[in-house]
Design a protein around this ligand. Structure first.
Ligand SMILES: Cc1ncc(C[n+]2csc(CCOP(=O)(O)OP(=O)(O)O)c2C)c(N)n1
Length: 519
């Protein structure tokens, strides 16, 4: 094609040849040449999302499940702005994303047309790499750099701004993309320090994060625990953790400060592999920000960007743990289906009793899901993805991204009703793309977490006006209708028996199904 290409075609061609073949999109006029290029260049799957928060949340989970960045297509500053909350979550999850953001043609910007804004300024806080393309001749090379930036370990958000004239002007063809750089190996000193901390005789905790929560790395952590007697734990949010039967069970650090302090009590040696030393989500009067005991020493063996499996391999070798039977390997043990009134433990039992093998669980269950962790240990092997940046409205978009990334696996989205309302347009994309997702909405008609937070920050007993800011009643949301209106089959459950029945219905369908669980 060579000289017959315009800039947009050279960019799409670069993305596809560079391994980025998924685009979550919400386009406008300035992106029309990019959209047209999708018809002319083979190899890019493009999925329309009806709100930019769906675009960016889907890209986050797509990366978590494939290890490859998706591209987004967003409409100037406001379109990018609508997507920022989930880009923030993606960045905290260390997900690689290539944002393509349309911009006016260079000569048009001085006229301050309605959609003109400082796009780089909007992009910067939620991006690790930002560039505005300068010409149609160089936009392909910019695209190649964006892919390289997104792939930089552990995964980064790269934003390429595409002025319309760089899209429609003549290009020279695609640009080559360099292969990803391998993760950096951890230095011997850090391994020795970790081994010393684990064997000094004091109560030790191996805290895991990032890709240390998967595959061989998990097994090695279990062997190290068995050999040294240390505890193992994961950070409170996990980008993607392999859980369930046959895997080393790694409990997550609790979200609630008092529970986290209790879990860390007595620890004298904290050893970090892909995790940060834990701090509380918020500051609360009279409670510490730092969650480890004062007398606890911290040894950072490996940052989240390094070769975590290699680090655990070296640590296991230094401890002679390789031949040990891994500790805490969970056996398959499904609970019996419970009956009666809906309680968080009852919900967890229904999930554990019915969860399909290799399910991908998207966890935005907020208060309802706090105890799910322990109950799911004996369920068949599955992956657990949490919201990583605390910006709610992530779960339904993430379910879209995960289902597209792993079409052979069932996706289960566990959603607080408040959280689900932020980005419910994701349901339409699930229907349009026939995605194999079962959504359970925990309809407690409340921002329940904030009732407790009001007390936790010492704001006193709430009056009627404050309570109105924390409740989702008057009117109650009709989730069955909200789903059906977007083409997603749905049903309501008001007891644990009905939940089991509805969940089974969702699991039996090969497309999207939503269960409204009234709590
Ligand atoms: C973007 C964003 N806006 C607001 C908040 C504050 N916030 C945290 S949790 C929450 C309510 C969650 O409600 P729901 O999903 O129904 O879960 P529940 O608390 O009822 O378990 C809100 C508003 C946030 N974290 N992120």
């Amino acid at each position: 094609m060579g000289n017959d290409m315009n800039g947009a075609e050279s960019l799409v061609s670069t993305l596809v040849s560079g391994g980025v073949n998924m685009c979550f999109a919400n386009p406008g006029t300035s992106e029309m040449h990019f959209v047209a290029a999708l018809d002319r260049i083979e190899g890019m799957r493009c999925v329309l999302c009806l709100y930019e928060g769906v675009v960016t949340g889907a890209a986050d989970a797509y990366y978590r499940m494939t290890g490859e960045p998706a591209s987004t297509l967003l409409h100037l500053g406001p379109g990018l702005g609508n997507g920022l909350a989930n880009l923030h979550n993606a960045r905290k999850a260390r997900s690689g994303v290539v944002n393509i953001v349309g911009e006016h043609a260079g000569y048009h910007i001085k006229h301050d047309a309605p959609l003109t804004s400082d796009i780089e300024g909007v992009a910067r806080p939620m991006s690790d790499w930002v560039r505005t393309a300068l010409s149609a001749k160089t936009v392909a090379a910019d695209g190649a750099l964006a892919i390289q930036a997104a792939r930089e370990a552990p995964g980064r958000v790269a934003t390429l701004i595409l002025p319309a004239d760089t899209a429609w002007g003549d290009a020279d063809g695609p640009a080559p993309v360099l292969p990803p750089v391998a993760r950096q190996q951890v230095a011997g000193d850090a391994i020795s320090a970790g081994a010393r901390a684990l064997t000094c005789g004091e109560p030790a905790l191996l805290l895991l994060g990032g890709v240390a929560l998967r595959g061989r790395a998990l097994e090695l952590a279990g062997q190290i625990a068995a050999k040294t007697g240390c505890s193992i734990m994961a950070e409170s949010g996990v980008a993607r953790m392999e859980c369930g039967a046959g895997r080393v069970h790694v409990p997550r650090l609790p979200f609630v400060v008092d529970a986290a302090l209790a879990a860390l009590k007595g620890i004298r040696q904290l050893i970090l592999v892909g995790a940060k030393s834990p701090v509380s989500f918020f500051a609360y009067p009279g409670k510490p920000s730092v969650l480890i005991p004062e007398a606890c020493a911290v040894t950072k063996v490996a940052g989240v960007e390094s070769d975590l499996e290699g680090a655990l391999e070296a640590l296991a070798a230094a401890l002679d743990a390789h031949h040990t039977q891994a500790a805490r390997v969970a056996a398959l043990a499904r609970p019996a289906l419970p009956a009666g009134k809906v309680t968080p433990d009852g919900i967890a039992a229904v999930l554990a009793a019915l969860l399909p093998e290799q399910a991908i669980v998207i966890d935005e269950a907020i208060t309802t899901g706090r105890g799910f962790d322990a109950s799911m240990t004996g369920a068949p092997p599955h992956d657990w993805l949490s919201i990583m940046g605390g910006s709610i409205g992530w779960g339904l978009p993430a379910a879209v991204g995960a289902a597209i990334a792993a079409p052979e696996r069932k996706v289960i989205a566990l959603e607080g009703d408040g959280s689900a309302m932020y980005t419910l347009q994701a349901l339409w994309t699930m229907a349009r793309e026939h995605l194999d997702v079962t959504v359970i909405v925990f309809a407690n008609r409340s921002y329940k977490i904030l009732h407790a937070e009001l007390a936790n920050v010492g704001a006193g007993a709430p009056g009627r006006r404050a309570i109105d800011m924390l409740t989702l009643d008057r009117p109650n949301l009709d989730w069955v209708a909200l789903a059906k209106a977007q083409g997603v089959e749905a049903g309501r459950a008001t007891s644990l028996e009905e939940l089991a029945q509805q969940f089974k219905r969702g699991l039996a369908s090969r497309g999207p199904y939503l269960v409204e669980l009234v709590i």
